[in-house]
Design a protein around this ligand. Structure first.
Ligand code: FAD
Length: 382
């Protein structure tokens, strides 16, 4: 098949990719269907991934990592996206939550937490969303009120990825409810802290093996040492880190779309109707041609985004465009591919059916695609 060669990765990245692929085949493929029934992956998977260096590979050596660039994270994301093992919450941990400690943590926090984040002994989550505030983050109600050298946290969060497994949660709370965005701070909250309760594992239409939870905080006392970065800077930190979160989602989107498209090409060659292969119908060929063209264009754009991110030139507007385009395309590709599978496409045992359910949320989390349009529109019209 003709394809524009990828130039973003080097030989050592591809070697790393082979080991991630092999690991997923042996350690995830045989168990993922059971994890979907369990509502979460086996916790041992995290420790095994840590041993292989798949968790937070960009963490510096002095904190237990290997100190490599984000392309290694991207390879883990691509292989998870390609395989459809959507229960694995490594991306949220490695690309989204752990980097907050790397960037804004005190020396003491880095030494205490980062080595265990790399080994898989600590699973991280980030808790921004609340029952009454998602897109409008400034509308959160969780508070952290100063009490001597401590803060007292009260409130609740919902839809938190890795919520059941999480040992350490970044909690977004208001330290000054009168100060708008400047009144928001981040706290590192350990599981088991008195007053911190994990709610039920939420039942979802997709990502069935991924634990997603409510979290409750009732008079949770944390010392000021658990404040992440400076008080009042939480909103700014989140805005700075969102491009990497949106890149993570985009990388998974295109890897998954490519994989489902490839599987569909194989399927239509094998399936017959009216005495011939459905691959011979012009509709099949036209549909696949359109999807392949769009995915190829998206791949080149996304690889360029990844290069810009490595060069620290990937900004929030570029990230919004990438997230909007790739996740819309992922859902379109999967919907069309499901149609080409006929009734089999509706059966859970077929990867395209799972992908249909799993991909839908990609347009919702990490900022909805409507919010992405707001960011792009504001930039155009400023
Ligand atoms: C499976 C899953 C995992 C998640 N993981 C996490 C996590 O780990 N941590 C975390 O903090 N959150 C997480 N979330 C929450 C997610 O980020 C939010 O659901 C998302 O930001 C949308 O917020 P909301 O659900 O409150 O929707 P709302 O903000 O209520 O939006 C409802 C609708 O209104 C639209 N809308 C809102 N504002 C505007 C506007 N100004 N203009 C136009 N349209 C608008 C939205 O686009 C959407 O269509 C997760 C969600 C899911 C489903």
């Amino acid at each position: 098949m003709s394809a524009i060669p990828r130039t973003v990765y080097e030989e050592e990245h591809e070697l790393f990719r082979s080991s991630v692929k092999k690991f997923l085949e042996t350690e995830a493929a045989p168990y993922h269907a059971q994890w979907e029934k369990d509502g979460q992956v086996d916790r041992a998977l995290w420790l095994k991934a840590g041993e292989q260096g798949f968790l937070s590979p960009s963490v510096k050596e002095e904190y237990g990592g290997v100190g490599v660039d984000f392309r290694y994270n991207a390879i883990v994301d691509e292989e998870c996206g390609r395989s459809g093992f959507t229960g694995i919450g490594w991306g949220l941990h490695s690309d989204i939550a752990v980097p907050y400690i790397e960037r804004y943590g005190s020396e003491e926090q880095k030494q205490k937490y980062l080595p265990k984040c790399v080994s898989g002994e600590i699973v991280m989550a980030i808790a921004m969303t609340e029952p009454a505030a998602g897109s409008d983050l400034q509308g959160i109600k969780t508070t952290a009120v100063k009490d001597g050298d401590d803060y007292i946290i009260n409130g609740s969060k919902t839809f938190i990825t890795n919520g059941q497994h999480a040992d350490l949660v970044i909690v977004v709370a208001k330290t000054d409810p009168t100060a708008g965005a400047k009144g928001i701070s981040l706290f590192l909250l350990e599981a088991g802290a008195p007053g911190f309760e994990k709610g039920k594992n939420l039942e979802k239409i997709g990502l069935k093996a991924q634990d997603t939870s409510e979290l409750f905080f009732q008079d949770v006392r944390v010392s000021k040492d658990q404040l992440l970065g400076e008080e009042g800077m939480g909103f700014i930190y989140m805005m700075q880190d969102l491009p990497q979160e949106r890149l993570n989602v985009s990388i998974i989107a295109i890897a998954n779309a490519e994989s489902i498209l490839e599987q569909t090409v194989n399927y239509v060659k094998e399936r017959n109707a009216f005495g011939k292969s459905i691959a011979t119908f012009q509709n099949t060929q036209f549909k696949l041609a359109e999807l392949e063209t769009q995915v190829s264009v998206a791949r080149v754009f996304l690889d360029r985004c990844l290069e810009l991110h490595i060069e620290h030139k990937f900004d929030s507007v570029m990230a919004a465009k990438a997230k909007l385009m790739t996740t819309d395309l992922q859902c379109k590709v999967i919907d069309e591919c499901l149609q080409l599978h006929g009734g089999y496409g509706f059966m859970w045992e077929y990867p395209v059916a799972r992908a249909f359910a799993d991909s839908r949320v990609q347009r919702i989390y990490a900022g909805t695609n409507e919010v992405m349009k707001l960011i792009i529109g504001r930039d155009l019209l400023k």
